[in-house]
Write a protein that binds this ligand. Structure first.
Ligand SMILES: NC(=O)c1ccc[n+]([C@@H]2O[C@H](COP(=O)([O-])OP(=O)(O)OC[C@H]3O[C@@H](n4cnc5c(N)ncnc54)[C@H](OP(=O)(O)O)[C@@H]3O)[C@@H](O)[C@H]2O)c1
Length: 260
């Protein structure tokens, strides 16, 4: 690709794992190898900044912790002076729309996590703000792995049925990143085709994995998590030439194919 040095932050995370595969030439650093909240000097012509505080509920209890990583950490990454791919989230929106959010929609985060990710976007001086949603992959903690674990232990799981989004496979987002870095700087929405509720996603996981487990639909209120989440946060791009990611169902099959 003609770049000299490519740095991946947060390489130990689920997106980091996928970026390592798509960019094998990169200097991929996990948190232990590069903590973005501490002073660091790295030679880089381009940074894929996947490091973040991603514990959405934990951020409500520790806003300054989330801010430190998502805002100050991003400021430090931007200070390297290289263009940055900053991965952002559907949680920057308030979820009141009933049709897909596009790049020109006004953000309105409801949670500490969403707010700190939006503030992090504003730290990027040069590069691409890539908003994606409901990430899942073959490593780390994510909905697919959680459902497979619960499905093996129980006959029934209770899953929220009043939040709609687009579950996005990290492998597809990593591939889309290759396309994005050839496109103009700015905000880009990059999420899987299609949409579903968490309950529908859970049913698809059990169906495709051949797991016998019922899904009981519950409301967000019943689940009672500390952080508010958007009721609707499907993302689409309104920009010319935006990468098109495969349907979430295809992403799910690709992910399940890599899980034991
Ligand atoms: N997960 C989602 O549904 C979702 C949706 C939309 C956008 N995103 C965004 O996509 C990006 C990747 O998310 P992901 O799902 O891959 O999350 P992840 O699996 O939690 O990965 C994030 C990584 O960042 C690391 N990290 C945390 N603090 C750090 C620090 N101070 N310095 C360096 N690394 C640090 C974490 O290390 P430790 O595990 O050791 O703390 C973790 O390995 C994030 O920017 C996230 O905000 C995620």
């Amino acid at each position: 690709m003609g770049r000299q040095s490519l740095l991946i932050t947060g390489a130990g995370g689920q997106l980091g794992a996928a970026l390592r595969e798509v960019f094998p030439e990169a200097d991929a650093r996990s948190r232990a190898e590069l903590d973005v909240t501490r002073p660091f000097e790295v030679e880089a012509d381009l940074v894929l900044h996947a490091a973040a505080w991603t514990d959405v509920d934990g951020a409500e209890a520790d806003p300054s912790g989330a801010e430190l990583v998502n805002v100050e950490g991003t400021r430090n990454v931007a200070a390297l002076g290289a263009p940055v791919v900053y991965y952002s989230t559907d949680y920057v929106f308030d979820g009141s729309k009933r049709e897909p959010y596009v790049e020109s929609d006004e953000p309105g985060p409801q949670s500490v996590y969403g707010r700190t990710k939006l503030e992090g976007e504003r730290e990027v001086r040069e590069g691409w703000i890539v908003r994606s949603s409901w990430l899942f992959g073959w490593t780390g903690t994510n909905f697919v792995r959680t459902m497979l674990r619960l499905g093996a232990e129980r006959d029934e799981v209770s899953v929220v049925a009043d939040q709609v989004g687009s579950p996005t496979y990290v492998g597809h987002l990593a591939e889309a990143t290759r396309e994005l870095i050839a496109l103009p700087h700015g905000v880009w929405h990059a999420a899987a085709e299609g949409e579903c509720t968490w309950a529908e996603f859970a049913r698809a996981i059990f169906e495709d994995a051949g797991v016998e487990c019922r899904v009981r639909e519950i409301t967000t209120e019943e689940l009672g998590r500390p952080a508010p989440r958007p009721a609707y946060s499907v993302l689409r791009s309104e920009r010319d030439g935006a990468p098109r990611l495969p349907h979430w169902r295809e992403g799910l099959r690709a992910c399940l194919g890599r899980l034991p």
